[in-house]
Design a protein around this ligand. Structure first.
Ligand code: NAD
Ligand code: MG
Length: 397
């Protein structure tokens, strides 16, 4: 702890979300316990929760606060009156927040909406803690290319990828046989397809182990989340699809594993609390205290495992296929999934329709030959909107 750099200047993109709030909670603890000036904040951003953003800005004194929705700018300005915090709104301002001089940027916007700001933060060559997995799914090669070009340090926040980051021995990379992503199985792990046909949004977002935003909670219920994570792992660590296994582990204690050729399997364990992986990225390469429940294995008693079932959870298969197909297929998968999850949350489609819409959009937009070259972010944005349009057409048919 002695070398912990409490002077790291921090920006949080998506500060009002589940990951954003956990990040600020860690900073509040560091300020209470270690140094009242710890982790000075450059910028905070939110999309619509202007009151939460105002409260955060008043507590954490960033230099810059951005609300994505421009109709809320006046309210933000009024709420920040007298604080000296600069306020701005709209998509360009989100990118500007990402470009401001921070040493560590938390990318915690949900969905492809986070792509431009996350890419901007990476282009500055600083430490970027990546929660926004969708940007690796829809533009993995471009993002990893930008990391290489700028010299940025990408620190995985997603608990599985953070676990692998912690136990992957870089010097023995060629001795790795496979990585094993664990999955809780979500709230419908034991449901039949028939039971899943009538589940409500409220049931889908009630995750057994993790308290998360709505979109990722639905993704966990369909298991699309694990599919997105297979693609995320491929880009972050360079493993081929067949070197990435998925294992159901309902207790969410083992966050993922790396299996080596000598038979050793290294795992990272912890209570299911995102503040642990976030703290790992914030303190990296040191460690810092996190106010999480200590792992009590005797109280938990036993850990269990099962193989994933791609018949009941077709999203996993769709994501693997999209990764194999390459090109723009994962971009289409992600965009169609975002559109379908939004429709499900608004009660416009049923739970089992989500993977059907994704599959339909992939079928419609597959041009049969290494589909859609993505040479620049603009290509990703164009394909993303085309896939959303396709998904919406399928849902209104
Ligand atoms: P959330 O819905 O709780 O928060 C999303 C944040 O993004 C909010 O601050 C919101 O204001 C902002 N936002 C939403 N739409 C936006 C837009 N169009 N433009 C700009 N900002 C926008 O989501 P979350 O659960 O915190 O997840 C954030 C990301 O982290 C997701 O990519 C998710 O997959 C990933 N993640 C989350 C968890 C978790 O435990 N919550 C775990 C692993 C990975
Ligand atoms: Mg995860």
């Amino acid at each position: 702890m002695s070398n912990l750099n409490l002077q790291k200047r921090v920006t949080v993109l998506g500060s009002t979300g589940s990951v954003g709030c956990s990040t600020l909670d860690l900073i509040a603890h560091a300020r209470e316990g270690q140094d009242p000036e710890a982790f000075p904040i450059e910028a905070l951003t939110a999309q619509r929760r202007v009151d939460d953003l105002i409260a955060q800005a008043r507590q954490f004194s960033p230099k810059f606060a951005v609300i994505g929705d421009p109709s809320l700018l006046a309210q933000l300005r009024e709420g920040l009156d007298g604080t000296g915090v600069e306020a701005a709104a709209g998509p360009e301002a989100l990118v500007e927040a990402a470009l401001r001089p921070a040493d560590w940027v938390m990318a915690a916007i949900v969905g492809a909406a986070g792509l431009a700001p996350t890419h901007a933060a990476i282009s500055r060559g600083v430490e970027v803690a990546l929660a926004n997995k969708e940007c690796l799914v829809c533009a993995g090669d471009l993002i990893m290319g930008a990391v290489k070009a700028s010299g940025a340090t990408l620190l995985p926040v997603d608990s599985e990828h953070n676990a692998i980051f912690q136990v992957l021995e870089q010097e023995n990379r060629s001795s790795v046989e496979k990585i094993i992503l664990t999955a809780s199985g979500g709230p419908f792990r034991t449901f039949t397809r028939q039971q899943m046909a009538t589940v409500t949004p409220a049931q889908a977002v009630a995750h057994p182990n993790w308290d998360m935003g709505q979109k990722i909670s639905v993704d966990s219920a369909t298991m699309m989340n694990k599919g997105l994570e297979v693609i995320e792992a491929h880009h972050l660590f360079g493993f081929s699809p067949r070197e990435i296994d998925v294992l159901i582990h309902p207790q969410s204690v083992i966050h993922s594993m790396v299996s080596y050729e000598d038979g050793s399997v290294l795992a990272q364990l912890g209570s299911p609390d995102m503040r642990t992986p976030i703290a790992h990225t914030l303190a990296w390469p040191q460690r810092m205290p996190a106010p999480v429940a200590k792992l009590d294995l005797a109280a938990i008693g036993s850990l269990s495992f099962e193989a994933p079932d791609e018949t009941r959870f077709p999203a996993l298969r769709l994501a693997r296929n999209a990764l194999q197909m390459g090109g723009g297929a994962p971009t289409i998968l992600n965009a169609a999934n975002e559109a379908a999850v939004a429709a499900f949350l608004e009660d416009r489609i049923g739970f089992l329709d989500i993977p059907k819409v994704v599959e339909g959009a992939l079928d419609h937009l597959d041009n049969g030959q290494g589909i859609w070259r993505l040479d620049a972010l603009e290509d990703v944005f164009a394909l993303d909107s085309e896939a959303r349009e396709q998904a919406n057409q399928l849902m209104s048919a």
